[in-house]
Write a protein that binds this ligand. Structure first.
Ligand code: GLO
Length: 537
């Protein structure tokens, strides 16, 4: 069965860094409204809005203190209603970011919960007695250190899989689940287009057994959520699931509609870290591994699941710096990576600035960084004896602030993001990479993305066609063919900066119609640095 979100393209906004309308250095909802025409022109259908709810910003809004109100710095509930209206007027739907694994410690539930052991809200969170005077077990927080925080007043520990200002909700408590459904319905009634669900795979955790991801009750909870909120509405729901396998993904995105629309899984994104270590421990990407992972996810679903396509989000480094070349070949490599991804099956997500080829940042001083994950890791590794220079290399490669420097709107001061002092410094390359220049330049990365989106809209084969990998053994080229009935589209990408020769099977040789390419006329059997071409055969 066809769904509207099969052919949609989603654009992720990180509101803090998108556009500041009032000069306080922080992006806001009115700032987003000002840029809706820019997004409309790009051709996207859906905005995923990273959290805009009330929050003390320990983790930039992923620590929510009120699910039914807006962060002061971003505006008011009226501004949010206006944004929904203005977006809907342009045919753009808005996904809210549902962060329901944890709240802020400043949420009224937690303020109550920590008051006493017999408080009515105590069981909203996960409290445990000490074991031999220590933490109940050795579970670690994603943001470094123990996942257990001692609470002197009541003599117990509470669980926080992220920062200690992000206590985990107790999903085993049915009242907690009802509270979550209630807030979801609050937003559904306001006319949102759906939800992106933060770390959804953690909801079924059993901390005492150190089961964190994919716990036994997880899918039960998601089905209960579905029945009690969006199940009978035609919304887009996407689960952030780091550890999904195709089998798990089929449960989440079962077309019977019992759970979510699609998964957002990260297998390809983890390929440049040392297996078994964490994201800061780097290894070079092997293209064959990348091809294998895409091949697996492109062919695992028949009519029984749906995937997202992405290179970037607010947690990952900029793709042009990561797997492209952000110096000599920044335009070519950004376009190549876009071509590779946008010819695949799944719902594409574009992260703000990706459509301009925005690049990673290298701050000299650790204090220029703002991200709690980065700052905690820095301290933790220094204590463990790592060298400052090595830690900085990891941060340059993987730090989340790479994705969080402000949008580069123009070549004016601070890239036109704010008239005040930006909350995090703007990447100094804004004079060269900015939206104003690119919107009017027909050869820009922006206009290339715009064309890729159009191609998807006009070619059902890109939405629904079968996938076949070509040249699977080739170490430099990523090539594939998409087939739907008698329509066939071939994509050939040189992933590196050396010229390469290749022999494609005869039947795919003749380019009947070139749909898009990042060089002028293409050659036969040879690809220039980062050359990409998509054509009909
Ligand atoms: C990633 C989230 C991340 C949040 C975390 C806590 O895993 O997208 O940005 O920091 O989930 O909510």
């Amino acid at each position: 069965v066809k769904k509207w979100w099969h052919s949609s393209v989603v654009y992720q906004i990180y509101p803090r860094s998108f556009n500041d309308s009032n000069g306080d250095g922080i992006g806001d909802l009115k700032g987003i409204i000002e840029k809706l025409d820019y997004l409309k022109n790009l051709g996207i259908d859906v905005i995923w809005l990273s959290p805009v709810f009330k929050s003390p910003n320990d983790d930039n809004g992923y620590d929510i203190s009120d699910y039914e109100d807006i962060m002061d710095e971003f505006g008011t509930l009226e501004d949010m209603e206006l944004l929904l209206k203005e977006a809907n007027n342009r045919g753009i739907k808005i996904l809210m970011d549902l962060v329901a694994n944890h709240t802020s410690d400043e949420h009224k539930w937690f303020i109550e919960s920590r008051k006493s052991k017999d408080n009515a809200y105590r069981d909203y969170y996960i409290w445990r007695d000490p074991v031999d005077g220590h933490e109940p077990n050795d579970l670690g927080s994603t943001f470094s250190g123990s996942a257990w925080e001692w609470d002197e007043a009541t003599g117990q520990y509470y669980l926080h899989l992220f920062s200690k200002k992000q206590p985990d909700l107790n999903w085993e408590n049915p009242i907690v689940r009802e509270e979550v459904w209630k807030s979801m319905n609050f937003w559904i009634d306001k006319g949102i287009g759906g939800f992106r669900m933060d770390v959804i795979e953690l909801l079924g955790k059993i901390p005492d057994e150190k089961i964190i991801s994919n716990g036994p009750m997880l899918h039960e909870y998601i089905r209960e959520m579905n029945r009690n909120s969006f199940g009978d509405k035609d919304l887009l729901t996407v689960g952030e699931c780091w550890g999904a396998t195709p089998e798990i993904a089929k449960m989440y995105s079962n077309p019977d509609g019992s759970e979510l629309s699609m998964v957002f899984q990260f297998e390809h994104i983890g390929l440049d870290q040392i297996p078994g270590k964490d994201k800061w421990d780097l290894q070079p990407l092997n293209l064959i591994d990348l091809k294998n992972v895409f091949h697996k996810w492109q062919t695992c679903f028949h009519d029984d699941g749906w995937n997202s396509l992405f290179w970037n989000n607010h947690d990952t480094p900029r793709i042009v710096s990561r797997w492209g070349n952000d110096k000599v070949y920044k335009i070519e490599s950004a376009k190549m990576l876009a071509t590779l991804l946008h010819g695949l099956k799944g719902t594409p997500y574009i992260y703000q600035g990706e459509e301009l080829g925005m690049a990673n940042i290298k701050f000299k001083d650790i204090n220029q960084y703002k991200d709690i994950e980065t700052l905690n890791m820095y301290k933790d590794r220094l204590n463990k004896g790592y060298k400052h220079e090595d830690i900085m290399e990891s941060i340059y490669a993987k730090g989340r602030d790479n994705a969080r420097t402000p949008m580069q709107w123009s070549d004016e001061i601070d890239g036109g993001f704010t008239t005040g002092t930006p909350w995090i410094e703007v990447n100094p390359n804004f004079t060269e990479i900015n939206a104003k220049e690119q919107v009017s330049n027909p050869n820009s990365i922006y206009n290339y993305y715009k064309k890729l989106i159009e191609i998807r809209k006009n070619n059902e084969v890109i939405v629904y066609g079968d996938f076949e990998m070509l040249l699977p053994e080739d170490k430099n080229i990523f090539a594939y063919v998409r087939t739907l009935k008698d329509s066939k589209i071939v994509v050939v990408c040189n992933f590196y900066e050396n010229e390469v020769e290749y022999n494609i099977p005869k039947e795919y040789e003749e380019k009947k119609e070139v749909l898009i390419s990042n060089y002028g006329l293409s050659l036969t059997g040879r690809l220039r640095p980062f050359e990409a071409i998509m054509y009909r055969v």
